[in-house]
Design a protein around this ligand. Structure first.
Ligand SMILES: [Zn+2]
Ligand SMILES: [Zn+2]
Length: 440
């Protein structure tokens, strides 16, 4: 809005009296007020931009601080202004539209939210269709604009989505996060966990196990389900009731052909909740799991459930623990008890569960070997060779590291039979026992 337009709008508002206005006049005042608000918001954006330039020259604090300090805004509002400025740098037409009241700051805020986590390439794709974004912002109410833009961004994301499902799971693992805040209005403490499907299954298996235990206690008979569920969550993360806590299990289902040879037209490879998983991930899980073979009839009915098979037994774990203090990766010091037992030749491909075919690997390096497509071989004397995905050798060397530093291999105390206890490294799947039935 040009300055004379702003003055006209302001003058008409100063001369208007909403207390005696009829419906049509109030509507006109609302429209003019919105125009003026757009101009004010656009001016804030220009202030933020100039402050950013001055900050780059060492002549100003951050724009958000100045807006909070001199504009008496909340941190949230100052932050929103900075985000609007960033959006307008990418979509200059939106700033012009805001200044004349053709779009609202809410449109810009919605766009800032939707584009927050875009990659550079996704962002540049969105710029190709900037005209469509601006057109929708100008024509549509905020909710409709948000819906259309979200669809557009989903489409762009799908175009660049990793074709490799293991890479998709890697992305989800990398983007997993916990956020914690206090809601000022209610005083409630909130925690948001965003995670990949395997971590999610492990978390909920732990909660469900605690919930089942709490439900059996007579004193909990009249406690509402929601309260009991929170108690179960707290118990599962705080290690309450030691000795009674079940080790969390993640159940996954995979058909035998997929497990051995990869995907086919009728592959089943998913969590018990039906969330699809990469075959390489389930193959990794098969290294160190309890496995049930299930025979499925023509109509999909389970005809026969085989006996439980443990891929590495207690005695084998003891033997391995006596030799390996840590993960077998040469640069890794994750303790044995936080490792998975990896089959050098995969169990599902007929690799024997003999100590000569087993090595402890932490989650990260176990992941590297399966989803990361590195290869690991082991020869007599437990000499391991690590090969990159292209087949070139990265490292060859001994893996035994308990005796060579002068530690005698004590007979270890028996720990859990089903899973390495202890806490997994922060960037790994929780040290949860998992159990994978396979369909035969
Ligand atoms: Zn493995
Ligand atoms: Zn490791």
């Amino acid at each position: 809005m040009r300055s004379d337009g702003v003055l006209d709008t302001l003058t008409s508002l100063l001369n208007a009296d909403p207390d005696v206005a009829d419906r049509q006049q109030v509507g006109e005042m609302i429209r003019r007020n919105s125009q003026l608000r757009g101009w004010v918001d656009a001016a804030d954006i220009r202030f933020a931009r100039r402050l950013r330039e001055l900050q780059a020259q060492g002549q100003s604090e951050a724009a958000g601080m100045a807006l909070t300090d001199e504009g008496r805004r909340s941190g949230k509002e100052a932050n929103a202004t900075e985000n609007r400025e960033r959006i307008c740098a990418s979509f200059p037409a939106l700033e012009d539209a805001l200044a004349v009241g053709a779009v609202s700051a809410d449109h810009l805020d919605a766009l800032a939210r939707l584009t927050r986590n875009l990659s550079d390439i996704e962002r540049s794709d969105l710029h190709f269709v900037a005209d469509d974004v601006v057109k929708s912002a100008t024509n549509d109410y905020v909710s409709e604009f948000e819906r259309k833009t979200r669809n557009l961004i989903d489409h762009i994301r799908n175009t660049h989505a990793p074709k490799d499902e293991a890479a998709e799971l890697d992305r989800q693992r990398a983007e997993s996060a916990i956020k914690r805040w206090v809601d000022k209005a209610s005083g409630m403490h909130k925690t948001l966990i965003e995670c990949d499907p395997i971590r999610d299954a492990a978390v909920h298996a732990a909660i469900d196990a605690q919930l089942a235990r709490l439900k059996q206690q007579p004193e909990n008979a009249n406690i509402p389900f929601g309260t009991l569920r929170i108690d179960a969550l707290v118990a599962s993360v705080s290690g309450q009731q030691p000795g009674q806590v079940r080790i969390p299990e993640v159940s996954v289902l995979i058909d035998q052909h997929s497990a051995c040879h990869g995907r086919h037209a009728d592959t089943i490879c998913e969590t018990s909740a039906g969330v699809p998983l990469p075959v390489s991930t389930v193959q990794r899980m098969c290294c160190d799991a309890t496995i049930h073979g299930i025979t499925i009839g023509d109509n999909g009915e389970a005809l026969n459930v085989g006996r439980e098979l443990r891929t590495a037994n207690r005695a084998q774990r003891r033997a391995l623990r006596a030799m390996h203090r840590t993960c077998a990766h040469p640069h890794c010091d994750v303790a044995f008890d936080n490792c998975r037992i990896h089959h050098i030749i995969a169990w599902i491909l007929g690799g024997p569960t003999d100590v000569d075919n087993l090595l402890p690997l932490c989650e990260q390096h176990h992941h590297l070997v399966h989803e990361g497509q590195w290869s690991l071989t082991m020869t007599t004397g437990r000499i391991a060779a690590w090969m990159r995905p292209d087949g070139t050798i990265w490292h060859t060397g001994p893996t035994i590291n308990r005796t060579k530093h002068g530690h005698q291999p004590d007979e270890p105390t028996e720990i859990a039979a089903t899973s390495p206890p202890g806490t997994a490294p922060p960037d790994t799947v929780p040290a949860a026992g998992y159990r994978q039935p396979s369909l035969c």
